[in-house]
Design a protein around this ligand. Structure first.
Ligand code: PLP
Length: 311
């Protein structure tokens, strides 16, 4: 007689079931400088595609399948600075859909390799136009043949922030037993900040929501946007944040190096930026439970020169 599988057991086996439920990492070495601060980071690199973007990509694809906008034979198309593309490429491979991605040609070699390994088609755009150039190209491609493509448009798709409202935000509340006092996250499409921020606000109205972004238009914080000089995502609502901090690329690099040496965490650059913002908040408040997001790991940035800068 065969073994009867039920509930989660029956789902076991699909890579997509590994998305979410990431651990919450306590950063004890960084806490030490402050009177009574607890500092935590959601270890989003533990998602199967290696980043936080597995959550919204999976949600937007599922919604497309449910609504019928994504049907067999269609190509998943989007503009992405990398991680959402990696997530779509992984999901496309699992589900049997072709994936076409528009991205600035200067994204790291490692990212291009990863996307090609999953079998995605890459459309490179002018590096001087940054992620906005990629967005314009995706819009142009979609307009030329709307029947060929499923275009989730992560910058304007409510599924992006709702993925975080339903999963990441809920997980943070559970993992801190509702003790979180401050939430800090970087802004790219803003889906992470909007979704988690709204969930926390709904369940714990007194929580402080602090968004973070690059302090200038020309920056090295891959995945993040300098909103004042960028195409502002449709899902972004600047009034949600209690405060918005600007972080320099140099501070982010320094925090990435410190995370490796002091906590043994090889994190990506936007994680360093998140930590830099958290340390500023901790300095000011002196006590509290601060939670941030570490969107990805260092593997895609290992060839960058900033690792060699002595501290
Ligand atoms: C490395 C990295 N950090 C941060 C973000 C920002 O996340 P969000 O788009 O949810 O604002 C992204 C988004 O692509 C990213 O790739």
């Amino acid at each position: 007689m065969g073994v009867q599988l039920t509930g989660r057991q029956r789902e076991a086996g699909s890579l997509l079931d590994f998305i979410g439920n990431t651990p919450l990492l306590r950063l004890r070495k960084f806490e030490q400088r402050f009177a009574s601060v607890e500092l935590y980071a959601k270890a989003e690199w533990q998602n199967p595609g290696g980043s936080v973007k597995d959550r919204p990509a999976n949600r937007m694809v599922l919604e497309g399948l449910k609504s019928g906008a994504l049907k067999p034979g269609k190509i998943i198309l989007d503009a992405t600075s990398g991680n959402t593309g990696i997530a779509y490429a992984m999901i496309g491979a699992v589900r049997g859909y072709r994936v076409r991605l528009c991205l600035p040609s200067n994204v790291t070699h490692e990212r291009k390799r990863i996307l090609a390994a999953y079998g995605a088609d890459l459309v490179f755009t002018d590096p001087l136009e940054g992620s906005d150039g990629a967005i314009r190209e995706a819009r142009r491609l979609y307009a030329t043949d709307p029947d060929l493509y499923f275009y989730p448009d992560q910058y304007n798709n409510d599924g992006n922030w709702r993925a975080h409202y339903d999963t990441t935000g809920r997980e943070i509340l559970e993992q801190t037993q509702g003790r979180i006092t401050h939430f800090v996250a970087g802004l790219g499409t803003s889906g992470t900040f909007m979704g988690i921020g709204r969930r926390l606000r709904d369940e714990k109205p007194g929580v402080n929501l602090i968004s973070m972004q690059p302090d200038s238009p020309m920056h090295g914080l891959e995945g993040l946007k300098h909103m004042a000089s960028a195409i502002v995502p449709g899902i972004y609502d600047p009034t949600l944040a209690d405060e918005n901090l600007g972080v320099t690329t140099e501070d982010a690099y320094a925090c990435v190096r410190r995370l490796a040496k002091e906590e043994g965490v090889l994190a990506g650059i936007s994680s360093g930026a998140a930590l830099a913002a958290c340390l500023r908040v901790a300095e000011r408040v002196g006590s509290g439970v601060i939670v941030t997001i570490f969107p990805d790991a260092a593997d895609k940035y290992l060839s960058e020169r900033f690792w060699e800068i002595p501290d």
